[in-house]
Design a protein around this ligand. Sequence first.
Ligand SMILES: Cc1ncc(COP(=O)(O)O)c(C=O)c1O
Length: 434
Amino acid sequence: MDGQGIDGQGVDGQGMDGRGADGHGVDSRMFQQTAHSPSYFELSRRMGEGGRRLIDFCVPCNPYFPTPAMFQRLAGNLENVLKFYPSDTDTIAAQLARVLKLNPSTVVMSNGSTELITWMDHLWVSESLAVPVPTFGRWTDQPLETGKRVDMFPLHERDAFELDVDRYVAFIRSRGSRVAVLCNPNNPDGSYLPRREVLRFVDELTDLDLVVVDESFIDFVDAEQGASVAAEAAIRPNVVVLKSLGKNFGLHGVRFGYLVANPGLAAMMRRALPRWNLNSLAEAIVFMLDEHRAEYDESLRLLARDRFSMGVELARMPELSVFSSQANFLLVKLADGIDGGELRDHLLSRHGLLVRECGNKLGMSSQFLRLVVRPPQDVAHLVEGIRAFLQSRRPAAERRDPAVLLRSLSASGGERPPELPRPRSELWPSRRRG
Ligand SMILES: Cc1ncc(COP(=O)(O)O)c(C=O)c1O
């Protein structure tokens, strides 16, 4: 991307043709309409040609899976996939359970994990639900929309948004919450609670109506092996593990996810869900997974590598603080005085880069961006775009061209170039409770 990725844009996001508030055919107010980001399709439609060249750092999608060969196979089979009814949900869920080595009576599949959040609220949240914030917006909005009390436990920047289990349990007790939620790793910060801490948490709360562990990003964890507590949920009376498949399989558009719970809870959910809630594309993919296990594992390895190098690249900019993450995104905080909304609009209009500015997320502000982990060549564009924005915001005297910089260096002895900031230690997956 050369800064001219989107047609018809002018200097500093002012459109040459006057389209939209930011010159890229997109009114930036659309980023504030809900707690979520505008869809890629909506943005593309509004941006015309330019939308097709966007690099998406917003939707947390695995860029290495499915492989091009898998997409080719799917495309070759598209006519059949679209023409025929899918099998019933139990058949598809049983195959997924086989692949994941889970007992099929404990697995329920859905049209995206959001469908399960909706139904969990209808079935099992009768009065109140506790959830740490910031987090995925549906965990606060869904129960609020149905008139429940939502007890929000604040996660703090000073703790790097890490959850303290004892303090969260004490909070749940003090509020008398009947349902508790824990996202691990959490969205938008990517902080990760070790498996034994999650088990300690659920075992402290056996008297609650329900404890949900949302593991939608758990496959990206490399801090420990076997991070999921799904098998443990299946043998507990009140624990549900939730999992979105769009993120780790890189297929948000398919809309599939599942829960794992004891057979009684699972059966109750199965009865509530609409029949044929899964489509044939979801079925085709689930039945492909077994033979592509190696490619999937490789995609996770590449992603963890990219997460590390992307964190290092971003942390080189002194205006950015990068939080440690075990998910497929990095939360960054901008230095005081830098507005995330302006940076988002600049990146979109001048560089064709879509980022998630967190101003409309409860417990966050527009000083935070969530940046999806992408391959190094995409990150190079992102770094270039952020640097250009920061440069354009500096007072003119500070915007030194190389000649001015050289002169000032030789005036001060000149032999040493300015020191590169070292990557920060918080980039490494260290946990205080490790
Ligand atoms: C923590 C978490 N859970 C669940 C979801 C919902 O995922 P989907 O409905 O696409 O499966 C999201 C989406 O971003 C999420 O961040």
